[in-house]
Design a protein around this ligand. Structure first.
Ligand code: PEP
Ligand code: MG
Length: 950
């Protein structure tokens, strides 16, 4: 963020012409070590393209993109020329703001300056006496309060005051009017009742621009001895024009406003009521800005030159923000539109501007005088890759092996859905017809599916979809939006999304789960409206090819239909891979976007052990694969025969072998595979199976089911580990630059103690006197462990739990390093090698390129495991490993040798790991581990294990 400081302003400069002024400016930048002397040529080159005069006696000289190589540090400096310098033949500059910006930071400067330019300040600038005055002139312009239709939302679903605050914050944040952190300023204690069910709250920190958002719920809820239905949320910057805010508040205090607000359900009507700017229902077109440095002065000037050739009004907004005149340079600059953001242009109906829209879009697409790589071109080039890819199809290709096994079948490629449509239609009747045709077509397909499907449950799903499409309320509501000139896809999407959100919020779980059906059927209609052809699911078991699969996607997969998974991105220890392993589906991840170009239905052969895959394999390759698979199956079959026997080495050392669990109903499967305990219940995956947070009773029931099924075997439960790559839709976390380093695991639940308390209560209530072990994830500091333990102790006062042990996951290197301290307080450790590897080697576990290098057998991680085990055993505490390393055949002897007491893994891996342990000699493993600790790399460890253990 640029901050204007007095020492950056050089007063009383003089120059006889622009060339001399540029030299003076370049010298200032050089003196302050912001640029090398060569930057001057860049300033000249830029002025030669078009003068940088901005208005009001101010110019903003800056270098061309090519001259950025001479910039040492990003910065701006101001030079005051009281006698003036003729800049572009007609305009005189009194203040030059010279910019050295390595990327698009200067858009911020433009935003500040354009506020000054909206006033007549040229005289003040010329006659300023000192630096402070200059800064005051530039910054003291009162800011206008942003209040427009897109900052209003109605019919929001709420259960408590937090939902109001969250929605109000979301509206402001989407429009970049507030920064992350603003929500923390919205303390329910500070809410002020304006009247009856109308309340307001205001905050001053983390505000980028003063603005007001308004959220109205579909019902009133009780709050502070009263009720609330509408919240006015004011983000108040210090430079705000208070009169404007005062006018809004005066209006809201008028007695009749309450009734009027109650009567309005539509955000446009509420916008009119409170004097907010509304979005005109004008013809519109959208385009994504492809200029690498955003809409800065030069392209913006070009744009204005085009828009001004039309008589009719033309307005533009960035990413659904406020519409401004597209003919005003200062306003365009003040928008600060960056690369990749969407510009929506609207044109005054019945004027020449409507025809102008296409020309404007074309000009923006062509870069407004700058060379751009159109964002659509990038998509085109991917399509070009298809051909190259097809030509290379005989070459085996590889990704990251994520779930063991060989699989082959026709490719079922699911590309990310990008529905593209105009927000507004040109003709209401035509849009209604389009919708009718699309609905008819989808209904026809559904009828065909119902006739073809044999399974009753699936038939019922399609019948429910048909019913949804026949709902008269749906048609009526979508027509209402069409009457307001929305295009058919926009109106349809708007309705479905709203209906799905309402459905998802229903307290009845089964009803809430129908939100997914609504979205599903909604997408089918939208696909027809947008002419998107849906991928046809092959009849026989197929290889599912996707950009990425989320854990919940995999969890919903039908194992009988999906023979294997191949994804463009992802890492072996990403949660999607873990779920694939749990389902026993062979998988390769991180195989690059090229896999999305595999022609649907082409045969693909994948090897989940090596990461190799083959498109259009020969019959001989398929035969080999079948033979290899049979061998693997035979080995597995033999191991399964003995899976209920303990894992004891040849020299009588026993290790507990447990299962990792993400689905309550899989407990039985785990026991059947020979699990001696559940070593890790990932409760966030259990939560993910619910459309809304399960309450204490639902949780208790589910935990009880696990303990019942375990019949006396221990259960190690990890408290919610949300965050990182495991978002929970109903537990929103503000967007973070580095989610894996952010509010995750215990850091999140300590900030939501009620959630933790509820989970702990459900757990201890379910335990009775059965062996329950509770552990906290992502502990990095002793304070976190103590805070979490204190909450548990509080719960235990009310619900004693006789057979309880309490521990922590060791997955942050700091926890491993302070293990000697922690071991005095905990009952056990469970080492999460997935995260421990990620954080030790600083490689994102889901990184498409690097995650293959994140090997948990790296000696640094072995040293941390060694240290943890020693610390625990010194206090007679036990240590488990529940990361993916626990089932890695090369890692098993090393972990045993380091003294790990328990290995916990996907249930399906248990029989083979137990079989392996029975072939090992513990004393040999101890020696092996000591050698491994001395190796220089993970590769060296693996080679060493290979040599000694085959
Ligand atoms: C781990 O980090 O190793 C672990 C077991 O936890 P998760 O994979 O769920 O993050
Ligand atoms: Mg973890």
């Amino acid at each position: 963020m640029f901050v204007l400081e007095p020492q950056h302003v050089h007063m009383n400069q003089s120059a006889k012409d622009k060339a001399e002024a540029l030299e003076c400016l370049a010298n200032i930048l050089v003196q302050d070590q912001l640029v090398k002397a060569d930057y001057l040529s860049g300033l000249h080159a830029r002025e030669a393209q078009s003068a940088t005069y901005l208005g009001q006696g101010i110019a903003i000289p800056h270098g061309t993109p090519q001259s950025r190589e001479f910039i040492l540090e990003t910065g701006i400096r101001l030079a005051h020329f009281p006698k003036g310098v003729v800049w572009d033949g007609e305009n005189t500059v009194y203040l030059a703001v010279v910019i050295a910006a390595k990327s698009d930071e200067h858009l911020q400067v433009l935003q500040i300056l354009t506020r000054a330019l909206s006033q007549d300040v040229s005289d003040q600038v010329q006659h300023a006496k000192n630096a402070a005055q200059i800064i005051e002139i530039l910054q003291a312009q009162p800011e206008t309060l942003v209040l427009h239709e897109n900052l209003i939302e109605t019919q929001i679903q709420v259960t408590d005051i937090d939902d109001f605050l969250w929605s109000a914050n979301k509206l402001l944040k989407q429009q970049k009017l507030v920064e992350a952190g603003f929500i923390s300023q919205l303390d329910p204690k500070n809410l002020i009742q304006i009247q009856d069910t109308l309340w307001s709250i205001s905050a001053k920190n983390y505000v980028s621009q003063s603005a007001v958002s308004i959220v109205k719920a579909d019902q009133t809820i009780d709050f502070k001895n009263g009720q609330i239905q509408t919240l006015i949320c004011i983000a108040q910057h210090e430079q705000l024009d208070y009169q404007q805010l005062q006018r809004l508040l005066d209006l809201l205090f008028q007695p009749q406003i309450q009734q009027q607000l109650n009567d309005q359900h539509n955000r446009q009507d509420i916008a009119k009521l409170v004097g907010a700017e509304t979005i005109p229902d004008w013809p519109s077109q959208r385009i994504v800005l492809a200029n690498a440095h955003g809409l800065h002065a030069r392209p913006a000037t070009q744009l204005v030159n085009i828009t001004k050739t039309y008589q009719g009004e033309i307005r533009v907004a960035v990413d659904d923000g406020q519409f401004i005149s597209a003919k005003s340079l200062t306003k365009l600059l003040a928008m600060g539109c960056k690369y990749g953001q969407t510009l929506t242009f609207i044109a005054e109906p019945d004027t020449d501007a409507v025809e102008g829209l296409s020309k404007i879009i074309q000009a923006v697409q062509q870069g407004l005088g700058e060379e751009v790589e159109a964002i659509e071109h990038k998509i085109d080039s991917q399509q070009t890759n298809t051909l190259e890819f097809e030509e290379e199809i005989t070459t085996p290709t590889t990704g990251i092996p994520a779930s063991t096994g060989l699989a082959f079948g026709p490719a079922h490629v699911i590309k990310p859905k990008h529905f593209q449509y105009e927000r507004f239609g040109n003709n209401v009747k035509a849009e209604k017809e389009k919708l009718e045709i699309a609905l008819h077509s989808v209904k026809n397909t559904l009828h065909q599916l119902i006739a073809k499907t044999e399974a009753n449950e699936i038939k019922q799903i399609f019948m429910a979809h048909l019913e949804m499409l026949d709902d008269p309320d749906l048609i009526q509501q979508v027509h209402q939006s069409l009457n307001q000139n929305l295009s058919a896809p926009a109106a349809w999407h708007q309705y479905i999304e709203k209906a799905a959100q309402a459905q998802a919020a229903l307290p009845d779980r089964l009803l809430a789960e129908r939100a997914a059906d609504l979205r599903d059927i909604g997408d089918k209609v939208l696909a027809v409206l947008c002419n998107e052809v849906a991928a046809q699911e092959p009849e026989q078991p197929y290889i599912l090819i996707m950009h990425d699969v989320g854990p919940s996607d995999v969890a919903r997969l039908n194992k009988d239909r999906v023979a294997g998974i191949l994804t463009a991105v992802g890492g072996a220890s990403a949660h999607s891979a873990i779920v694939a392993r749990a389902l026993g589906i062979p998988a390769i991840v991180g195989a690059s976007d090229a896999v999305l170009n595999i022609t649907p239905h082409t045969t693909v052969l994948i090897n989940g052990d090596t990461g190799a895959f083959e498109i259009n394999p020969s019959q001989a390759q398929i035969d080999d694969a079948i033979q290899e698979r049979e061998l693997q199956q035979q080995r597995r079959h033999e191991a399964e025969q003995h899976c209920h026997e303990p894992a004891i080495t040849l020299d009588q050392h026993q290790v507990e072998v447990a299962a990792n669990l993400g689905k309550i109903l899989d407990t039985e499967k785990a026991v059947n595979y020979g699990a001696e305990a559940i070593g890790l219940l990932r409760t966030e995956l259990v939560f993910m199976a619910h459309r809304q947070a399960p309450d204490e009773d639902v949780q208790e029931k589910e935990y009880r089911h696990v303990l019942d099924t375990l019949a006396g075997r221990p259960l190690v439960v990890r408290t919610l580990d949300v965050g990182g790559d495991k978002p929970l839709p109903y537990l929103p976390i503000d967007a973070e630059e580095n989610p894996f380093l952010g509010v995750r695991g215990i850091r999140l639940t300590l900030r939501k103690p009620q959630l933790l308390r509820q989970q702990l209560t459900a757990l201890v209530r379910a335990a009775d006197d059965r062996p329950l072990r509770i552990m906290f994830p992502m502990v990095g500091r002793i304070e976190e462990w103590r805070a979490a333990k204190a909450i548990l102790d509080e719960v235990l006062l009310k619900h004693p739990c006789p057979n309880l042990e309490v521990g922590i996951m060791i997955e942050v290197p700091s926890a491993a390093l302070i293990a000697p301290l922690l071991a005095k307080e905990v009952d056990f450790f469970s080492i999460g090698t997935n995260d421990l590897t990620q954080y030790t080697l600083a490689i994102d576990r889901g990184h498409p390129v690097l995650s293959g290098e994140a090997d948990g057998l790296h000696p640094s991680i072995l040293m941390l495991i060694d240290q943890t085990v020693r610390a625990a055993h010194a206090q007679q505490k036990w240590v488990g490993v529940c990361g993916e390393l626990a089932a890695d055949p090369k890692a098993v002897p090393v972990l045993l040798g380091l003294g790990v007491d328990e290995l916990s893994m996907s249930a399906s891996s248990i029989p083979l790991v137990k079989a392996q342990i029975r072939q090992l000699n513990f004393a040999d493993c101890q020696q092996l581990a000591q050698q491994a600790l001395k190796c220089e790399s993970a590769f060296a460890v693996r080679s060493f294990v290979e040599q000694t253990h085959g």
